[in-house]
Ligand binder design. Structure first.
Ligand SMILES: Cc1cc2nc3c(=O)[nH]c(=O)nc-3n(C[C@H](O)[C@H](O)[C@H](O)COP(=O)(O)OP(=O)(O)OC[C@H]3O[C@@H](n4cnc5c(N)ncnc54)[C@H](O)[C@@H]3O)c2cc1C
Length: 387
């Protein structure tokens, strides 16, 4: 089904992204990222130079100033995922959807001036560390804590599963700064690479997203100057997280729809070329019906995700609407990619094939950004009006 969400500028930008991928995301490069478990800095710098990351950084801080128009970010996600480079898409997403927004929307003027220009160029990469080893869904259970001292804070604790955590230069870190677990007991601090007592820890070995680093971080008596308290106000961390989570969940929805569309495309190509019993696999009635189901689901996915993007642009995407988009789209993605693997036969299980890699990458979409169970809780609370 034809989508009508994009305008001429978005399509022109799509060509820029495609050209970037042709030049910088070659199959050799992708293999290297997988082998290294991270995206190399030169690629991130090139993305900064071409204006593919840092999209929401305001022009006065050297960015593209596309804060109000998420469609440009969606174009990046579609093209990068469609090219089979899920890890690269993930690394771009962390910078633009998880790190930059905390500074753009909630940072002080001094914080914006200090970090945003070099985040737009890719010289400074960010990460967002919410999850403690002992608390993920239940964020108010985190024990990583910062004690107020003269001129700043002393930070102790650990974070785990942090995407881009090894390569990040700054980490927006969710910490306890007060007593108990009331929302105002938490703050967001910027921890900088190289600070004494901050260890990027080890890279975790994952099922998918092999070219994108995920790390355990540890903090031992790290002194954080008070200028690194996001927004300059203590006790705002929980509210600040809640403000950005709809964007994070929308971006996972876009990624899920993009991966579903790509999965359909790869499966169409493969089944048209592969023969069994003297005919293309695409000509078996079972395959035809499955492809018809997949194509229809992709259409419905985009219709839903595009509508959510529209609402986000108007500042109207609520937390529960974003939660619906996140859980529903990632579950359809899972079904479509699973079907795609099946229709590829044995080759669908071989990671040389993009369908296999996309399937492995997709599994975490139902877990991170808030698990799909937690998403259903948020939606249930909204629809029933009961806690
Ligand atoms: C590859 C990867 C990348 C990640 N990137 C980041 C990152 O960049 N930054 C970051 O901060 N975190 C990141 N995470 C962490 C991720 O957000 C958490 O893993 C997720 O929120 C779940 O938390 P948990 O692992 O502690 O699971 P738990 O909270 O222990 O959940 C275990 C199970 O219990 C269920 N459950 C929990 N509470 C409820 C409830 N109220 N009702 C019903 N079921 C419930 C869950 O759905 C799940 O099935 C990442 C994780 C992975 C795997």
């Amino acid at each position: 089904m034809q989508r009508d969400i994009y305008e001429e500028d978005h399509e022109a930008f799509r060509e820029v992204v495609k050209e970037f991928l042709r030049r910088y995301a070659t199959p050799e490069k992708a293999q290297q990222w997988d082998a290294d478990g991270e995206i190399d800095r030169a690629t991130m710098l090139a993305a900064g130079e071409q204006g593919i990351i840092g999209l929401s950084v305001p022009e006065e801080f050297g960015g593209a100033g596309m804060l109000q128009d998420y469609r440009f970010r969606a174009v990046v996600n579609e093209e990068v995922i469609g090219s089979g480079n899920g890890s690269l898409a993930g690394a771009f997403g962390i910078q633009d959807d998880l790190a930059v927004p905390y500074l753009v929307h909630m940072g002080t003027q001094a914080q914006k001036e200090k970090w945003l220009p070099r985040m737009a160029t890719g010289e400074i990469l960010g990460a967002l560390a919410m999850t403690d080893p002992g608390a993920g869904s239940d964020l108010r259970g985190v024990t990583t804590n910062a004690k107020k001292v003269e001129g700043g804070y002393i930070l102790n604790g650990a974070k785990t599963f942090i995407s881009s955590g090894k390569t990040a230069d700054i980490v927006v870190t969710f910490v306890k700064t007060g007593e108990g677990n009331r929302p105002d007991a938490f703050s967001l601090l910027i921890v900088e690479s190289g600070m004494e007592g901050f260890d990027h820890g080890k890279k975790l070995s994952k099922m998918g997203f092999h070219g994108w680093d995920t790390a355990e971080l540890s903090f031992t008596d790290v002194f954080i100057p008070e200028e690194n308290l996001i927004g300059g106000k203590e006790g705002m961390g929980f509210i600040q997280l809640m403000m950005n989570l709809p964007l994070e969940r929308l971006s996972i929805g876009v990624a899920a729809a993009a991966a579903s569309e790509a999965g359909l495309k790869w499966t169409l190509e493969y089944t048209s070329n592969r023969e069994a019993f003297g005919q293309p696999v695409a000509d078996f009635q079972n395959t035809r019906f499955k492809l018809a189901d997949m194509a229809t689901t992709v259409d419905v996915l985009w219709a839903y995700v595009d509508r959510a993007m529209d609402l986000y642009r108007q500042g109207k995407l609520s937390a529960d609407e974003a939660a619906k988009v996140k859980f529903w789209s990632t579950e359809r993605e899972w079904e479509i990619l699973d079907q795609g693997v099946q229709l590829h036969g044995g080759y669908g299980y071989i990671t040389e094939y993009p369908i296999a890699r996309a399937f492995l990458d997709a599994r975490v979409h139902r877990i991170y950004g808030g698990t799909n169970e937690v998403m259903r809780e948020i939606v249930a609370r909204a629809v029933t009006g009961r806690k």
